[in-house]
Design a protein around this ligand. Structure first.
Ligand code: CDV
Length: 327
């Protein structure tokens, strides 16, 4: 039996601050229908796909902040997307800002859902690596307030059987951390889905701007190859409320090659027939259970920061400062 999944990476162009959920859902439904015409099995939408990316601006009022979040999923305004996907028999991935009540406490997460071809929600991820800052930085051309508006996800990195394969999710900044891919791969992930909002300017480090596109691809290509899995990464692209974001929506094979990529900064469907079995050779070559030497990997989970060598010479004060060492 072949395990070829036709996947549509549904890039979003900018969403205006004033655009309603219903208007955005209409755009997503158009993409679903276009995917169906190309006989796709799965459509992958982006991070916080239902609104403009509000962490880019400072919000004082709790009421105003809450309005950017979904209280339930599906909701009255998102139900048409679920209904249409079910009618078309297409599975989908959707990023959204989640407001949850847990043990009587209001909690905010940057989340994504996996919905099967029958319209049932089968998986949820809550973003674990939150970029940016908590303070207001009016001197910057835009804010990056994910650390203020979201909590660190509390669900871990999970995988789910779907469409004949094993699927994992992560969100945007999660893709820059090798641990993300390895934990998902250890859960059997053959296909990793993610959405992202990535500005092409880094206010604190403008000298790095020219690398933004390259580094976006680099981490995912390495993650795919080193873990023998497909990666489908979907942008919210273009100039949104004055913030210019990269496109480069990509479908990446287990070889590490980008096999399909967006060409615009607008709503665009990138379609590729992904053969999940292409991962077999890489899984065989690396052979995790035989060759991983877990007895040497302890520091990865035992500590977050850097511990300097204690023997073999004096550590320079500059190294100590640059590395932010813990000892
Ligand atoms: N939404 C994101 O997580 N964006 C970050 C930017 C701010 C660096 C990213 O990793 O692309």
């Amino acid at each position: 039996m072949t395990r070829i999944l036709k996947i549509a990476a549904a890039q979003s162009g900018p969403i205006a601050r004033t655009e309603s959920r219903a208007e955005v859902v209409d755009r997503l439904i158009l993409q679903l229908r276009a995917a169906e015409r190309q006989e796709c099995d799965l459509v992958v939408f982006t991070e916080c796909a239902l609104t403009a990316f509000f962490p880019h601006w400072w919000i004082e009022s709790e009421e105003e902040l809450d309005a950017w979040f979904e209280l339930e999923m599906p909701s009255h305004s998102t139900q048409p997307l679920f209904d249409e996907a079910k009618r078309l028999g297409i599975a989908f991935h959707l990023g959204f800002a989640e407001l949850a009540w847990e043990n009587g406490q209001k909690r905010r997460f940057n989340a994504s859902l996996l919905v099967d071809q029958q319209g049932a929600v089968i998986g949820k991820h809550r973003k674990i690596h939150l970029p940016g800052h908590e303070d207001h930085r009016p001197q910057n051309p835009f804010q990056n307030l994910e650390q203020r508006y979201f909590e660190v996800g509390n669900l871990g990195f999970n995988t789910w059987p779907m469409l004949g394969g094993i699927v994992g999710m992560c969100i945007c900044n999660d893709r820059r951390w090798p641990e993300t891919y390895r934990v998902l791969a250890l859960g059997g992930a053959e296909l990793i889905l993610l959405g992202y909002n990535t500005p092409d300017h880094i206010p604190e480090h403008p000298q790095l701007d020219r690398h933004v596109g390259f580094q976006h691809q680099l981490c995912m290509q390495a993650g795919a190859y080193q873990n023998g899995c497909w990666v489908v990464a979907v942008a919210k692209a273009g100039v949104e409320e004055g913030v210019s974001q990269i496109g480069l929506t990509s479908i990446i094979a287990p070889s590490g090659e980008i096999v399909a990529q967006s060409r615009t900064l607008a709503d665009e469907l990138v379609v590729y027939a992904c053969d999940l079995d292409e991962a077999c050779a890489y899984r065989e070559l690396f052979n995790f259970s035989k060759n991983r030497q877990v007895q040497y990997y302890g520091p990865i989970v035992d500590r977050a920061g850097i511990e300097l060598p204690r023997d073999g010479g004096v550590v320079s004060p500059t190294s100590r400062k640059v590395l932010g060492a813990e000892n």
